[in-house]
Design a protein around this ligand. Sequence first.
Ligand code: ADP
Ligand code: MG
Length: 310
Amino acid sequence: MVALGGNAILKSGEKGTAEKQFENVGRTCRRLVKLVVDGYGLIITHGNGPQVGDILLKNELSRNVLFPMPLDVCGAQSQGMIGYMLQQSMRNELKKVGKEMPVVSLVTQTLVDESDEAFRNPTKPIGSFYDSSEMEVLRKERGWQMVDDSGRGYRRVVSSPEPRDIVERKAIKRLFESGVLVIAAGGGGVPTVVGEDGSLRGVEAVIDKDLVAQMLASYVKADFLLMLTDVKKVFLNYGKPDQVAIDRMNIAEARRYLREGHFAPGSMRPKVKAAIRFVEAGGEKTVICSLEKAVEALEGSAGTTIQKEN
Ligand code: ADP
Ligand code: MG
């Protein structure tokens, strides 16, 4: 199970043109194809923070001309868009190495609890980064809740409830087991709740993709959960002069560092949580590393490896 960070699609500060995003996705897929060539079966999931924020902003800016779509619909749009880019690029890159296999992306819904306290306490950064004077204006004029995103600038935050279940999980498993390369649960899936009559309804939130990646990985009994992001390793005292990179940690250590507050909510915290849950549920290992090091990470020579025992 590979969870691609937002930078696999668009790096912060880059122009979000379609060409740029295709270029990045193409580069990412060339790396992932190496895993396929090495014989791994893959399920891919991806973030959508920058894209869903942009789609939402487009809707807000054009609301005098067109009906604005709510955040759940924006989330589905972002899954379709990124899924399409990955699906096409993956096919192209597989073809180049003489592998022709079916590739499909699936718009996925994720169940959440309507009473989740996250709805009262937004933590998930989406959209672009702003400096502090822009942030003041956006807070006042648009009523956005904004936070400093790990020292990289200010970003709008939305609610990010815990995933409870993946609605399409059986379909994803069947596709995977029949040899299809599946791209699913993008952006953590569209958050949905079950009504009293059992019907599904979307809610306005963005789920963290790493927690959903873990659910799916454990459900299909994946051996490895690979979270590819924009840092080489997980750090203690991240961003401070005394920061230290972690090569490996066991569950007890990971839990302790979480408690001590080393991992920022909305970014590294969900990754480490997902890593703990995956190995606790029987997964062999989780690696958190940079996008460039996917192959080395599986061999244990890059990134931060989280295993039950050291
Ligand atoms: P992704 O799109 O890959 O999920 P995130 O921004 O959610 O990316 O998470 C990666 C970011 O987490 C890093 O760029 C870094 O700024 C931040 N971060 C917060 N705490 C830590 C930490 N302890 N070690 C490493 N990175 C951290
Ligand atoms: Mg993230």
